[in-house]
Ligand binder design. Structure first.
Ligand code: CP3
Length: 342
């Protein structure tokens, strides 16, 4: 039997001397080879749904940097697309959806049509056969709250106010939407696993804007249900939860969600997180993407502090949020050399 991949063994509780590493949004606009291929696609969604292109950009950062994992190139908004909501990406403006403004809007959504996402599963198949044998393959989806927040606002907003307001005003309809997203997301992740990903990350990028009661209803409870369903149906596949903005809730989440790894966002104090969570829990993170843009001594200092904070426990080195388009590639190389002490 081949040796377990470093990222997977970290998720199963192994502390590595040199942590496995990958970067959120590692396939993206900071890479010239990404920008070149992206310019050939008609739209961002076409790019995601063309397996030859999506597989190629998934592999680009692994080829260039030898990361310990590839993450499927897709987007969290393919789920609303597969529920029949109109989704598009305007260059420079981010996602645009036909917003859900009333409870009837929730009822009008179609059933989740996994067939529509068959190009994603074909992308996984292609990447799987091209991936070096020591590189893990990560699938993903958005968490119900984060996806719902885009479905209701129809675009990115600074604080997801439209979805928060909708949830206060129309609690039953919002619960229905969340329930439908739990079901669709579990179905989607299981299909990703069956197509060949080895672990899955659930991105709750907007968890941090919710007051405590709402956090419980729309973030903690739905993700707990998702992880339980995945553990029941695909028990061998580790799950990573990235609950951005969880702050003081993190220790409770690690006791309750049932995930194998927990992504820490930039603002969390790594030393505190280490002290407040069981030593068997794998923590992932949490370099500030801006330190990666700054580079130099500031980058080295931050990297060293993170490595010191997580030393001796299962840890996956990552950013605290996605890499930014203006990130210099030299700084990514400096980061990797520092983490790997090369
Ligand atoms: O990590 C990876 O390399 C895999 C690919 C990936 C993308 N989006 C590609 C993408 C992943 C994991 C995502 C997740 C995602 N998408 C999240 C959760 C993580 C996070 O960053 O908080 C969210 C909230 C989205 C929704 C989304 N997609 C937004 C808000 C935007 C516009 C912002 C931007 O950066 O332009 C996107 C577009 C998008 N998704 C791009 C990429 C590479 C940029 C579009 C382009 O290349 O033209």
């Amino acid at each position: 039997m081949s040796e377990e991949k470093r990222l997977i063994s970290a998720l199963r509780g192994k502390a590595h001397d040199v942590p496995p590493m990958w970067l959120m949004r590692q396939a993206g606009r900071y890479l010239p080879e990404y920008r070149e291929l992206r310019s050939k696609a008609r739209s961002f969604l076409d790019f995601c749904y063309t397996p030859s292109m999506a597989a190629e950009v998934t592999l680009q950062p692994v080829r260039r940097f030898h990361f310990d994992a590839a993450i499927l190139f897709s987007d969290i908004l393919v789920i609303p697309d597969a529920m029949g909501q109109t989704v598009s990406f305007e260059t420079g403006e981010g996602p645009r959806l036909d917003p859900i403004e009333t409870p009837e809007g929730v009822d009008r959504l179609g059933v989740f049509d996994a067939e529509k996402l068959s190009p994603v599963f074909e992308t996984i198949d292609r990447v799987k056969s091209a991936l070096p044998s020591d590189v893990a393959f990560i699938g993903f989806c958005g968490a119900p709250w984060t996806v719902a927040s885009y479905m209701i606002a129809g675009k990115g907003t600074p604080d997801q106010a439209p979805a928060r307001l909708f949830a206060f005003r129309h609690r039953d309809a919002f619960q229905k939407l969340i329930d439908r997203l739990v079901e669709a997301s579990v179905d989607y992740l299981i299909r990703q696993i069956d197509a060949g990903v080895e672990t899955v990350q659930i991105f709750d990028s907007w968890a941090g804007v919710l007051p405590a009661n709402e956090f419980e209803s729309w973030c903690a409870a739905p993700i707990t249900r998702m992880v339980a369903a995945l553990k029941e149906k695909r028990p061998g596949t580790p799950v990573i939860a990235f609950v951005r903005g969880a702050d003081a809730q993190l220790p409770g989440l690690t006791r309750r969600l049932g995930a194998d790894g927990y992504g820490l966002d930039t603002a969390l104090d790594a030393k505190w997180a280490v002290a407040e969570t069981a030593s068997s829990v794998c923590l992932q993170g949490n370099l500030d993407p801006l330190a990666l843009i700054a580079g130099g001594d500031a980058l080295d200092r931050e990297v060293d502090a993170i490595l010191a904070a997580f030393a001796g426990r299962p840890h996956i080195f990552n950013l605290g949020h996605g890499i930014l388009p203006q990130t210099p590639i030299d700084n990514v190389e400096r980061l990797i050399a520092r983490v790997r002490r090369a």
